[in-house]
Design a protein. Structure first.
Length: 567
């Protein structure tokens, strides 16, 4: 029996929005995306050796789309109710094979609005039976009870939703069901993983009630990297296409095998291909690079540029002359004519975002470890800006700066304790400055480049020996890559944009409240930052709009000494 198609999603959504374990809404029904071991075996292959090595896999695959290559899903949640006769229960007990109510046969069953999750990634149906009966009672057979769900229509609050039972138990509303410990006495986590169709695993994490459409039902754990030389060259792309053949060719006959193969490939030489193959084989036997090492390689490539790059390369970065008016603070401006970014999903979490090395590990995408992960590649353009290192180092030593950054670190430590996260590295002053300046610059560039802010992304290089900002567009949607951003890196164009970005940061329509804030945003991880001045769309910011402070960049009347760029 051929599989039934239930909806459409772009390839990029099957990695970022509707990835493995997430809930996909289709008309009035709800489904869960299945694990990667259930995906079609002929999904398009994607290569990025540095990132693959960092994630412990051999390669990546783009989600298959279209025809028999669709990504499989399974119905979830299984609990449904009838809006006419109000019966509530598992869809296979109260409905027919087309999900119509078997009791009244007058209405299509509607999936439950609520699910129960734990922060280890497990998910199950909301325990309505335990909720109305005051907890689990293994001596009571649920099959002998008929639950009902009624909406009083008096308000839109949870107290308006009332659960009843045929046994005569007192009806109970869902008021209070979303509290952190509301389900502690009702149901323990069963360790269920519907996306894998495997046996439940043991779990001691508390369950939380969530709406199935809320954003914290599924947080993707994403890793990304920008392809840099030698992996961005035409020779590397050629090797990628033929790697399954070349992987097993001995070195002593490699040149003779390659000669006829590359003869019809423009921009590709035998020497270049042999160099890429040698690098690739060396990478496969080397250590697993960390995120910091990936960023360090990218920063080095952006700083050095790619003079003499081939038109077939996917990374072309050329330094521009820095205008005299900003040369005291900006050490380098480069036009990134072309770049390729690979974004891979390595797992996910629920309730709270996954934290590396935390108490709660990310949920797996498959039952057995596979040699690939889902990923997508996007191509774009950008501008790379490197600040003057001496200026930034001198600014970091100021007492007023240390006080403000200490406030942010105290808020971070409180958050880590509250969510039982491990002690993380302290936020650096340069991270706050670079991140804030990146937001100011991105907003200003969006006004000139013809892209909406949501189509631009930031990438920070904020290690102790780095001071770089990359603003780029790498999107697979209609915004595309039109060349309007890279053109703004020219000397006479970029200087006014930089100056305008700094000046725009000196004033916010929410001042003086914004400028005087000592804790704003989620978990108070920002200082002087709000939606009127700094916050960006979630797709643009790589730090979830945290660790921002305008005062650290432009100062204020109360703390003028904190300004990296004083008036």
């Amino acid at each position: 029996m051929p599989a039934k198609k239930i909806g459409d999603a772009r390839q990029s959504q099957l990695v970022s929005t509707y990835g493995v374990g997430s809930l996909y809404p289709a008309e009035d029904q709800s489904y869960m995306v299945m694990g990667t071991e259930y995906w079609p075996p002929f999904a398009p292959r994607l290569d990025e050796p540095r990132l693959a090595r960092a994630l412990g896999v051999k390669h990546f695959k783009s989600p298959a789309a279209g025809g028999s290559a669709d990504v499989p899903v399974t119905p979830f949640p299984l609990t449904h109710y009838c809006p006419r006769c109000h019966v509530l229960g598992a869809v296979y007990t109260i409905g027919d094979d087309k999900s119509w109510c078997a009791r009244c046969n007058r209405s299509r069953l509607v999936p439950s609005r609520f699910v129960a999750c734990c922060d280890a990634g497990h998910i199950e149906d909301f325990p309505y039976f335990g909720w109305v009966h005051g907890g689990e009672d293994r001596s009571v057979a649920e099959s002998e009870h008929q639950l009902t769900l009624r909406i009083k229509g008096e308000s839109s609050s949870l107290s308006d939703i009332v659960i009843g039972c045929s046994c005569g138990a007192a009806p109970k509303s869902l008021n209070g069901a979303f509290g952190p410990n509301a389900l502690a006495t009702v149901r323990s986590c069963k360790g269920r993983r519907p996306w894998l169709e495997t046996d439940d695993e043991s779990c001691d994490r508390p369950l939380r009630a969530l709406q199935r459409g809320s954003s914290n039902v599924w947080f993707a754990s994403m890793r990304s990297t920008i392809s840099i030389p030698p992996w961005s060259t035409a020779a590397a792309a050629w090797v990628e296409r033929h790697w399954t053949t070349l992987e097993h060719v001995p070195d002593d006959i490699l040149a003779s095998v390659l000669a006829p193969m590359v003869a019809t490939s423009p921009g590709v030489s035998v020497e270049a291909v042999r160099a890429v193959i040698a690098d690739r084989r060396g990478l496969a036997t080397g250590h697993q690079p960390s995120e910091d090492e990936l960023r360090r390689d990218e920063f080095s490539a952006l700083r050095l540029g790619t003079m003499g790059a081939s038109a077939h390369d996917t990374f072309i970065c050329e330094p521009e002359t820095v205008a005299e008016g900003i040369a005291a603070v900006v050490a380098q401006v480069s036009t990134v004519h072309r770049l390729r970014e690979v974004r891979a999903i390595e797992g996910f979490s629920r309730v709270t975002p996954h934290v590396p090395d935390g108490k709660v590990k990310k949920a797996p995408l498959s039952q057995a470890a596979l040699d690939w992960l889902p990923a997508l590649e996007v191509h774009g353009e950008g501008i790379f800006v490197r600040l003057d290192e001496a200026l930034l180092t001198s600014w970091e030593g100021r007492n007023s700066v240390r006080v403000r950054v200490r406030t942010l670190n105290e808020a971070k430590d409180r958050r880590d304790r509250e969510y039982e996260r491990p002690e993380s590295a302290p936020v650096l002053a340069r991270t706050v400055a670079l991140h804030t300046m990146s937001h100011l610059l991105l907003n200003e560039l969006s006004l000139h480049a013809g892209y909406p802010a949501s189509a631009l992304r930031e990438r920070l290089y904020d290690a102790p020996d780095q001071a770089g900002i990359l603003v780029y567009t790498a999107s697979s949607d209609s915004a595309g890559s039109l060349g309007g951003l890279a053109a703004l890196a020219k000397e006479d164009v970029f200087a006014p944009i930089w100056t305008a970005a700094v000046e725009r940061g000196r004033w916010c329509s929410s001042d003086p409240v914004c400028a005087e804030s000592f804790g704003s945003g989620t978990d108070n991880l920002n200082l002087a930052a709000c939606h009127a001045c700094l916050l960006l769309p979630e797709t643009s910011c790589e730090n979830r709009n945290a660790f921002l402070d305008r005062v650290c960049v432009v100062g204020s009347d109360d703390v003028p000494d904190a300004a990296l760029f004083p008036a």
